[in-house]
Design a binder for this molecule. Structure first.
Ligand SMILES: [Zn+2]
Length: 358
């Protein structure tokens, strides 16, 4: 197969598998191609060194990178028209000290299949989220590491809120990860001067019923989402923090006062996606095992703070309680311990996903 045909084949397969990214990595004498499936890297192809370098050069060319530059890291993007649909991809290269390049391709805007509720370990937290999303206004924040399913959760909840009722939903993201035709999805483009700030400002002028903010990462964004929530909008956003409590500290670091937070925040969800133990695989369920369907090999573990538990969190923060305070009910680590005790996850998973103490 020539490079161009192989590239198309690779993207078609990756897209059919709903891979979030493709890794083309150099080994001493050849290249290995991996797909990230359910959070795990799985080897898919073996390429000779020549085939590997040609494939990388081809992708670099298509995504407008400097093909001759092999040492400096580069990034680019392009859209591929495949047979059934088009796929937006972001590319990034990095080289090892032998100047061997590796390339990672992130596949964006993967259409979700159906509107199946994301798999989760406990229904209590999920129900809390379903009720929070019905709020008329306020701020609902999601946190969790990369690839913990935050966008999927936010989208699913908002989609459900819209059922049978026309509502205006605007999303401001960098980049748009999931295509949803019933939302007005806008994307940050720093190069063209279209910043988060601009987009948020103009989105709020549209008076959406729900505004989804991809990531609250600076003071301006933080202040704007609070203002939006105060003026009668439901704002759903994600923010980087180590745990549920950390969301409050992070918002305060970004210049939002405790009083304003108490006035606007209706809930916090901290989540992670855990691989499920499979008795047939006697390990995390493998890609080709049919015991758990492909999109059910991981499930989300949510910690939700709302109503009393949220007030308690504010109270603890105000009193600056020390590390020795007993953990709160249904905290992430406690729920994790539970799923491990029930045998839903392996010991390795349990240890790996435990949030270390501050
Ligand atoms: Zn299995």
């Amino acid at each position: 197969m020539d490079t161009e045909s192989f590239a198309t084949h690779l993207l078609s397969i990756a897209s059919a598998y709903q891979t979030s990214d493709i890794h083309i990595l150099p080994e001493q004498k050849h290249y290995d191609v991996y797909f990230r499936l359910n959070g795990q890297m799985e080897k898919q192809y073996y390429l000779t060194r020549e085939e590997g370098t040609q494939l990388i050069s081809y992708f670099k060319f298509l995504s407008h990178m400097d093909v001759g530059e092999r040492r400096r890291p580069q990034s680019g993007s392009t859209t591929f028209a495949l047979k059934e649909k088009s796929v937006d991809c972001r590319f990034s290269t990095i080289s090892n000290y032998h100047s061997q390049e590796s390339l990672v391709i992130r596949l964006l805007k993967q259409k979700e299949t159906g509107n199946q509720q994301p798999a989760s370990f406990f229904s209590k937290e999920w129900k809390q989220l379903e009720s929070l999303i019905e709020s008329k206004s306020g701020l609902l924040l999601f946190s969790g590491p990369v690839d913990s399913g935050k966008t999927t959760t936010m989208y699913h909840l908002v989609r459900n809120r819209m059922k049978g009722e026309k509502q205006q939903v605007i999303t401001v993201e960098d980049p748009v990860e999931i295509e949803e035709t019933s939302f007005l999805q806008v994307q940050v483009n720093e190069k063209a001067g279209i910043t988060y700030e601009h987009l948020l400002k103009s989105s709020l002028r549209h008076h959406p019923d729900v505004l989804i903010v991809g990531e609250i990462r600076d003071e301006e964004t933080a202040k704007m989402v609070v203002r939006g929530a105060l003026t009668g909008h439901l704002i759903v956003g994600s923010i980087h923090a180590k745990n549920a409590k950390g969301v409050l500290s992070r918002m305060m670091e970004l210049g939002v006062s405790l009083t304003l937070l108490e006035q606007t925040l209706i809930g916090i969800a901290f989540q992670n996606l855990l691989p499920i133990y499979c008795p047939l695989c006697e390990a995390n369920c493998q890609t080709y095992c049919t015991n758990h369907p492909r999109d059910r090999k991981r499930a989300a573990l949510y910690e939700v703070k709302a109503n009393e538990s949220l007030s308690e969190l504010f109270e603890r923060l105000r009193q600056q309680e020390s590390m020795t305070t007993p953990p709160m009910k249904r905290e992430f680590n406690r729920l994790l311990e539970k799923v491990y005790t029930y045998g839903y996850v392996t010991e390795k998973t349990y240890k790996r996903y435990l949030i270390p103490n501050e």
